[in-house]
Design a protein around this ligand. Structure first.
Ligand code: N01
Length: 490
């Protein structure tokens, strides 16, 4: 047995979790790692989303890799470009470039004889002993299912494809949607437009989150005192994981009551016109849909040139949006802030596991994984952001680090035992998913609303337990839930 055995490892995706995976693999001596990135630069969601007002609504001192503190965050919540700069810095500091193949979209991954071969847009690559997917969750835009979408004569785009240099000054702009993306955009552009029509299908609960600048003195304190910076991270993590996330899954009723009261008061106190206030009042429980964090949206929607349109959209026409009351809202620009399909996990990539089993077949009823990280019949294939990852409760970077840590532990196990391939057992996977389903019924996400957490069948694809449970499960793989394959390499 060779405990220094080097595996050949493919990572799919060069966003935050892909970069982190390379760093973590190198820490355990696994240096033969190739990252396949479909674009020509790193950054994932923070590279692709370039809309005005983009920022992370998780506080910056928490929204960073645990191993790469940053004393220089300029705001409580960093802008998209600041986060992208941070990721680029980590990428350079940790010398990740030598691992990355750019413009290499993975079209197919096939397991055969104990190894994986990838078909990419730059050719066939492999074989690899292990594949780790780090492709993000919100990649595939969801377009609105309204008639006439293609007939619009003005400028129309999904928020993921914000046109560089788009001028909105003096334009009549419409935006469909009132989720986290739309509310950031509305606040950022309302003062530029001559008229902004916001098409709301469902009102959102909004938690006020003042995004104040970080003073130079505070940055300097963090530069001088890494312990202080770590304490800020730990305090935020405690608030986020043990209070906020616990409240969302019903484990902290007092915290939940506080969140609910804050959202309700925000609406009462921020919106003066009672008619508008009622239009903005959701009819479902706080936290059922992902909360919007904003201290500027209510102000923006009350500007004289802004209009909240709550009549349903009947059709898109060349000159604008027609609502069911017969009114045509004439527009020059139409922004589709209609979110993402979070359940098309790997589409359009084809994945073929052991004995020719396709992922399409394995997931024909619904996308189910073992602990959100591995799939029966697909050995040595680990996912960051797989089905039932905690998308609705934890900060994604914290999730990604723990899921990556799980894959690393499984890889170390294979190395020290000499086992060639492992995949979770079907019954362990079934039991996990049954437990998820049972628990999900008691979460706030199941309390009667439509959200992007739900797949087409109404299954909610999140993690219905506490952060501590997630951390424990990711920290200690149950090896008897796995089967081993000692397959001869072809
Ligand atoms: O998408 P969404 P998003 N006609 O799905 C509406 C993350 N994020 O891009 O509620 C009319 O939340 C839809 O209406 P309804 C974050 O996790 C993070 O805004 O389904 N309307 C809804 O209002 C977030 O949750 C940050 O009735 C239609 C909107 O479009 C996730 O991304 C910032 C429609 C879609 O909202 C997704 O947010 C931004 C139709 N046919 C985003 N179809 C951070 O700050 C859809 N809608 C970290």
């Amino acid at each position: 047995m060779d405990i220094t055995r080097k595996l050949k490892i493919a990572v799919i995706g060069g966003g935050a979790s892909g970069i982190m995976t390379v760093i973590k693999l190198r820490e355990i001596g696994q240096t033969d790692v190739q990252v396949f990135e479909r674009a020509s630069e790193i950054g994932g969601t923070w590279r692709d989303n370039r809309y005005p007002g983009i920022a992370c609504d998780v506080p910056s001192h928490l929204y960073r890799f645990s191993f790469a503190p940053n004393p220089d965050w300029t705001h409580v919540c960093a802008s998209g470009s600041e986060i992208l700069d941070y990721l680029r810095r980590v990428y350079d500091d940790f010398d990740i470039q030598r691992h990355v193949v750019f413009n290499a979209e993975v079209k197919a991954a096939t397991y055969d004889g104990g190894r994986w071969t990838l078909e990419t847009t730059v050719g066939t690559r492999g074989p690899f002993d292990v594949v780790i997917t780090a492709m993000g969750i919100l990649r595939k835009p969801a377009l609105p299912d309204v008639p006439g979408l293609d007939s619009f004569a003005g400028t129309m785009f999904h928020t993921l494809h914000w046109p560089a240099g788009l001028q909105l000054e003096g334009k009549r702009v419409g935006i469909i949607g009132t989720g986290s993306t739309a509310t950031q955009i509305v606040s950022a552009i309302v003062s530029k437009t001559s008229k902004l029509s916001v098409f709301q299908r469902t009102a959102q609960w909004i938690m006020p989150l003042p995004n104040t600048p970080v003073s130079e003195e505070e940055k300097e304190r963090f530069r001088r005192d890494p312990v202080l910076m770590q304490k800020r991270y730990d305090d935020l993590a405690d608030d986020f994981n043990n209070k906020w996330a616990a409240a969302i899954v019903g484990q902290a009723p007092r915290v939940y009551a506080h969140i609910e009261r804050t959202c309700r008061e925000n609406l009462e106190q921020s919106v003066k016109d009672p008619v508008l206030r009622e239009k903005l009042r959701p009819d479902y429980k706080v936290g059922c849909k992902r909360l919007v964090m904003s201290d500027s949206f209510y102000n923006a929607i009350q500007q004289p040139n802004a209009e909240l349109v709550t009549d349903r959209i009947e059709a898109i026409e060349p000159n604008g949006v027609r609502t069911v009351d017969g009114r045509l809202h004439e527009l020059d620009v139409l922004i589709l802030a209609t979110g993402f399909n979070a359940h098309a996990t790997f589409e359009p990539m084809k994945i073929i596991g052991r004995n020719g089993l396709t992922l399409e077949d394995a997931w024909k009823d619904s996308a189910q994984a073992y602990l959100a990280v591995a799939i029966p019949g697909f050995p040595n294939f680990f996912m960051i952001g797989g089905p039932n990852s905690p998308i609705g409760n934890f900060s994604f970077l914290m999730t990604a680090e723990r899921q990556c840590g799980y894959a690393i532990r499984m890889i170390q196990h294979m190395v020290v035992t000499g086992i060639k391939a492992v995949a979770p057992k079907a019954d362990a996977t079934r039991e996990f998913n049954e437990a998820v389903r049972k628990q999900m019924g008691s979460t706030i996400w199941s309390s009667g609303c439509r959200s992007w957490y739900m797949d087409k069948k109404g299954n909610i694809a999140s993690w219905p337990w506490t952060f501590q449970r997630f951390e424990d499960m990711m920290g200690m793989p149950e090896l008897d839930h796995y089967e081993q394959f000692d397959e001869a390499h072809a």
